[in-house]
Structure formats: structure tokens, C-alpha cells
Design a protein around this ligand. Structure first.
Ligand code: GDP
Length: 183
């Protein structure tokens, strides 16, 4: 291993998507290993840090939760919030198809407001959450095609409620690997 004194780089990852799709829950599960049935809506923007090892490197992941602002904005956020981000997780609720319609709006908002230094759009992973609630008949071919056409790195179906579910972790890993390819 390299010098353990070197500070782990911090990566700012945005977690966006329609209200009540489970963004705060996924962040809590990932960072604290915890789940609340009745989450109080947080007001304002919040972020949580977790140090992870990806590709043998220590990385401090800063997950930004838009906490409540998803309700008023209708798929848009203030540009300031996106500043300095290097990747995004766009979340919808697989039990509410309307939240999948929100995905395109969030992706467009993201691409309009923040770009990588080389002018490319930020790497983004599409997250279908609450898979514990439905025997999901996810059409993998459709999702692959959708991700290709819409510029997502990949898609993952997650459950913030299920303590055994590691798909969100794996989404974060894929995102970081993609980010590393750009820097
Ligand atoms: P946010 O508004 O996108 O941050 O959504 P929250 O994290 O506040 O979640 C909204 C509601 O959905 C809360 O009541 C959560 O307990 C619930 N929830 C979140 N993720 C899951 C999940 O994976 N499965 C189930 N069954 N409920 C979830």
C-alpha cells in the first residue's frame, strides 16, 4: 500500500430524484447501516461522509441529499448545489412509475448545470429503489437500452430497507470507477 498518511481524496456524489423515492434512506443505509420506516423530511441540503476502498484506494465519499427541495423544484435544483460534484445517483421508486418519468428531468437538469472539465456530462448511475416491495418485473433489455440512450453508466435496483442488499454500494463503486477513468 502507498503512504497511509496521504489524505483520502473526497468525491462529491449527488443523490437526486423525485420526492420519497428513498434518497435519504439509501444514504442512511450506505453511511450508517440503518433504516427508518418513518423518516422525517430533512429541510435543506445535507451531506454524509463515508470512507470506502475502491480499486485499492481510500476514497471519502460525500453523498449529497437534496432533502425536501425535490418537492418544490419539479426536477430542478439550484446550480450551487451541483458545484464541485463528480458523479450522480439518480433515484426513482420502482413502485411509482411517475418517478421514472422524473429521471429524464433530473438528468437534463444535471447536464445543464454541471459538466466535467473536459466538457462531458457527469457520470451518472440510475437507481430503481424499493425492490423489496415488488416482485420486480424489470425488463433488463429495456433498462440497458435506456441507459445507453440517456447517457447513464449503468442501472441498479436497490432496497434501502433490506439490510442484505448491496446494490447501492455496488452502484457507488461503479460510479467511482467511472470517475477515476476521467481523472
Ligand atoms: P427521499 O424523499 O427520496 O429522501 O425518500 P426517503 O428516504 O425519505 O423515503 C421515503 C419513504 O420511503 C420513507 O417512508 C422510507 O421509509 C421509505 N423507503 C425508502 N426506501 C425504501 C425501500 O427500499 N423499501 C421500502 N419498503 N421503503 C423505503
Amino acid at each position: 500500500a502507498s503512504s497511509s498518511d496521504a489524505p483520502a481524496p473526497t468525491l462529491k456524489l449527488l443523490v437526486i430524484g423525485d420526492s420519497a423515492s428513498g434518497k435519504t434512506s439509501l444514504i442512511k443505509r450506505f453511511c450508517l447501516g440503518d433504516f427508518d420506516e418513518d423518516l422525517q423530511a430533512t429541510v435543506g441540503v445535507d451531506f454524509t461522509l463515508k470512507e470506502v476502498q475502491i480499486l485499492g484506494l481510500n476514497v471519502r465519499v460525500q453523498l449529497w441529499d437534496i432533502a425536501g427541495q425535490d418537492r418544490s423544484g419539479g426536477g430542478t435544483m439550484n446550480r450551487v448545489y451541483y458545484q464541485g460534484a463528480c458523479g450522480a445517483l439518480i433515484v426513482y421508486d420502482i413502485t411509482r412509475p411517475a418517478t421514472f418519468d422524473g429521471v429524464a428531468k433530473w438528468k437534463a437538469d444535471l447536464d445543464a448545470k454541471v459538466l466535467l472539465e473536459d466538457g462531458k456530462s457527469l457520470p451518472a448511475v440510475l437507481i430503481g429503489n424499493k425492490k423489496d416491495l415488488e416482485i420486480a418485473i424489470v425488463d433488463g433489455d429495456f433498462m440497458n437500452r435506456y441507459c445507453g440512450e440517456s447517457g447513464f453508466v449503468t442501472w441498479k435496483d436497490t432496497s434501502a430497507k433490506d439490510p442484505e442488499d448491496t446494490e447501492f454500494q455496488s452502484a457507488v463503486s461503479v460510479l467511482i470507477e467511472e470517475i477515476k477513468r476521467h481523472c
